[in-house]
Design a protein around this ligand. Structure first.
Ligand SMILES: Cc1cc2nc3c(=O)[nH]c(=O)nc-3n(C[C@H](O)[C@H](O)[C@H](O)COP(=O)(O)OP(=O)(O)OC[C@H]3O[C@@H](n4cnc5c(N)ncnc54)[C@H](O)[C@@H]3O)c2cc1C
Length: 387
């Protein structure tokens, strides 16, 4: 059943975050991080101190227990101000915390999960390749077993946070090509391993953690760094598309929700201050209608996101709802932000106004983490629409 009122602990979490953002993530700082493509590690560390990374880590490994709604709130709030911080939060709490809790070996959990909760360990996703986008199972980077070692050769593209992460969560082919879906493994590769080279890519938005081309030239990885341990060899596909995938779709929806909310708040305020023809533009009917529309769409995005999060917290099936949320929220948030830019006229297009950054940032979200087209495929397939 859909909950319309946020539980008390979630309201308190939002309050803590709002105070933190007002103090440590001012608009001026967020603009500077974007401009410099800078990741403020000190802010990440303060979030660790506040216990935010522990929301994905079970108590027996040093966290506060898995709380998907709480995690989504943190992402929404942080991304309403800065993806430089919000992106890294996801790479720590979700890429590292949720994945390890879900699919790592017991030894890996004991070693790494406390480091997520207490030190903000960061993973980068090494999945996409120059010739591999949506068709993830076709990765060409190989891992060849030699005794207790795996030798990795190949190239990854769009590896966000590769330069600042602790491990690249790397999808490699460890079995014969013809064993599709049964020939993949996930490896934990430190970015400073001998044979790893990286080159930054210029992107329009999503600044802060940065995204990289990563080359692996005979990088040697011990078998114990296969996610799931030795038993995880050739089990990479199952680990990648397991329950964690549903949460991943919501992470991107929460980012989009945060950006869209910030855009609506800015456009709303701007419309009250900007005077044309002797009166604030918020009194003009066409502007009022645009703002009423974006408020309404934002509410729909919020309900879809938190309904899906609630399903996940109840351990109920949510693969359709999370795909719907990823599809609807990201596409709608993009429309919302573009409309808000329109409300601000020329000022929505210039540097120095945050709206310009919201536009650059929102455009990638319908593409990342399974594009809108892929989500439509998923929804139709999961609902058994005959092909
Ligand atoms: C800023 C940024 C950060 C990123 N960060 C990461 C990261 O950290 N790690 C990582 O691994 N990747 C990352 N990516 C890559 C991102 O996940 C991919 O861009 C995404 O998976 C889509 O792949 P592609 O762009 O190569 O598109 P393609 O797969 O080549 O698709 C091109 C078009 O075809 C459509 N399409 C493809 N297949 C189908 C199909 N079966 N049905 C319908 N339509 C289809 C797509 O929707 C899209 O419109 C990042 C990308 C960017 C730009």
């Amino acid at each position: 059943m859909l909950q319309f009122q946020e539980p008390e602990h979630i309201g308190m979490l939002r309050e803590v975050l709002k105070r933190f953002i007002a103090k440590e993530m001012t608009r001026e700082k967020a603009r500077q991080w974007d401009q410099d493509n800078h990741f403020p590690r000190e802010v990440h560390d303060q979030l660790v101190e506040l216990g935010m990374m522990g929301l994905t880590v079970p108590e027996e490994y040093g966290g506060s227990g898995r709380d998907i709604t709480g995690t989504v709130v943190v992402i929404e709030e942080l991304c309403s101000r800065s993806l430089s911080v919000g992106g890294a939060y996801i790479q720590s709490a979700c890429y590292a915390g949720l994945n390890l809790a879900e699919v790592a070996s017991e030894q890996q959990k004991r070693e790494l999960l406390p480091r997520v909760a207490n030190a903000g360990l960061i993973f980068a996703y090494g999945i996409s390749e120059p010739d591999v986008g949506a068709d993830v199972a076709s990765v060409r980077t190989t891992g060849t077993r030699q005794g207790d070692m795996i030798v990795v050769r190949g190239a990854k593209r769009f590896c966000s946070g590769a330069a600042l992460c602790d491990y690249i969560y790397t999808l490699v082919r460890t079995g014969p090509v013809e064993d599709r879906y049964r020939n993949l493994s996930l490896l934990l590769i430190p970015p400073n391993s001998p044979g790893v080279q990286m080159k930054a890519q210029e992107t329009m938005g999503l600044k802060g953690v940065g995204t990289y081309d990563v080359q692996f030239d005979d990088v040697v990885v011990p078998v114990e760094r296969v996610v799931g341990g030795e038993a995880g060899l050739n089990e990479g596909w199952k680990k990648l598309v397991g329950p964690g995938l549903d949460i991943e779709k919501l992470e991107i929806a929460a980012m989009a929700l945060g950006i869209a909310r910030a855009a609506v708040e800015d456009a709303w305020d701007y419309s009250k201050d900007r005077v044309q023809f002797g009166k604030p533009i918020c009194t003009i009917q066409s502007i009022r209608h645009l703002l009423a529309e974006v408020k309404t769409k934002l509410e729909a995005c919020r309900l879809m996101t938190y309904h899906a999060a609630w399903l996940l917290d109840q351990q109920l099936p949510a693969s359709v709802e999370t795909s719907m949320a990823k599809l609807f929220v990201c596409d709608t948030a993009r429309d919302i932000v573009i409309t808000c830019q329109q409300v601000m006229g020329a000022y929505g297009y210039v540097r120095g106004f945050d709206m310009e950054r919201y536009v650059r940032d929102i455009l990638i979200l319908p593409i990342l983490g399974g594009s809108s087209a892929i989500q439509k495929n998923n929804i139709a397939n999961r609902l058994n629409l005959p092909r």
